[in-house]
Design a protein around this ligand. Structure first.
Ligand code: AMP
Length: 288
């Protein structure tokens, strides 16, 4: 496994690798990240992983400084997983002195959900991913359905900027009790950790009611609100039942299906989860 720090080095190391799939991460890796590495390896000669806590996607007052980090442990996991190339840049390798270009994703896709609550977040994500793609020039970009709006936004960026990369989406990896894996789960106290699977349980209820024929979006939102309210450790910030492509809130779920997504605060941890309700004759949009 080759480990690069500087931009020039990652470029040179990438050159000899054949087709490459890139998995961008912020480190503090878990099995969800490693599932993306597996997926990446399936269709390409080599897997590259970036480990970089990107400052431009954090807002003021967010957890940039306290975001969990353990690079040695991460490198051990990536080596074990057979990763070929890891890029661990410093902030100055990604944003060198004098760099002044930022990618701004306008319009309704970034005005809602996470984008609505974290102004500038997706501009930071779009900018760093564009730089990662430019430096590594992978054939595929492998990302997780866990961050559903990020998937929609990055597909848009790749299309708009004519970046010739295939976007591959892996399913959300979960703990045995259903909690979606996240580096931020480390913030949970034992009591909050025990309560947090309520998020997945509420989404499972939504899936069941949808399978039984429920199509009224507000009924499904209410189901999540009342499910999460059964415990007092965490509070729901929002639940959305939206068109999976435009992210516009729905009244009724039609043939396109829906993305049901939520954010909830459990102490210091802001947790995200989602499910895709399949449309008529369409499989969920993840590769398994
Ligand atoms: P992060 O390190 O949290 O920025 O995540 C890096 C990549 O891993 C993103 O594409 C995430 O969507 C993805 N990811 C995070 N958590 C999970 C999970 N539980 N299952 C699958 N992918 C995930």
């Amino acid at each position: 496994m080759q480990v690069a720090h500087r931009r020039e080095d990652v470029r040179v190391m990438r050159a000899g690798l054949g087709t490459v799939a890139l998995v961008p991460t912020m480190g503090f890796l878990h099995d969800g990240h490693l599932s993306l590495v597996e997926l990446a390896r399936r269709h390409h000669d080599a897997v590259a992983v970036s480990v970089f806590v990107n400052p431009t996607q954090f807002g003021p007052g967010e957890d940039l400084d306290s975001y969990p980090r353990d690079l040695d442990h991460d490198l051990g996991l990536l080596e074990q997983a057979g990763v070929d190339l890891v890029w661990v840049p410093e902030v100055a390798d990604v944003y060198p002195v004098g760099s002044s270009t930022r990618v701004r994703v306008e319009g309704p896709l970034t005005a809602v959900l996470e984008g609505g609550r974290r102004p500038g977040h997706f501009d930071g994500v779009a900018t760093v991913v564009t730089i990662l793609l430019g430096a590594i020039r992978p054939d595929a970009l492998v990302i997780g359905a866990k961050d559903a709006q990020q998937v929609v936004v990055l597909r848009q960026v790749v299309r708009d900027l004519a970046i010739g990369v295939q976007v591959v989406v892996g399913p959300t990896w979960r703990e045995p009790d259903g909690l979606a894996m996240s580096s931020r789960n480390v913030y949970l106290t034992p009591v909050q950790r025990a309560a947090a699977p309520v998020l997945r349980r509420s989404l499972t209820e939504v899936e069941q009611r949808y399978a039984a024929g429920e199509r009224d979006a507000e009924t499904l939102r209410s189901l999540v609100r009342s499910g999460v309210a059964t415990q007092s450790e965490g509070s729901l910030e929002y639940v959305s039942v939206a068109d999976p492509v435009t992210l516009a809130e729905l009244d009724r779920i039609g043939p396109a299906g829906a993305l049901v997504s939520l954010a909830a605060d459990f102490g210091r941890a802001r947790l995200l989860d989602n499910v895709t309700l399949p449309g008529a004759g369409r499989a969920p949009a993840t590769v398994r």
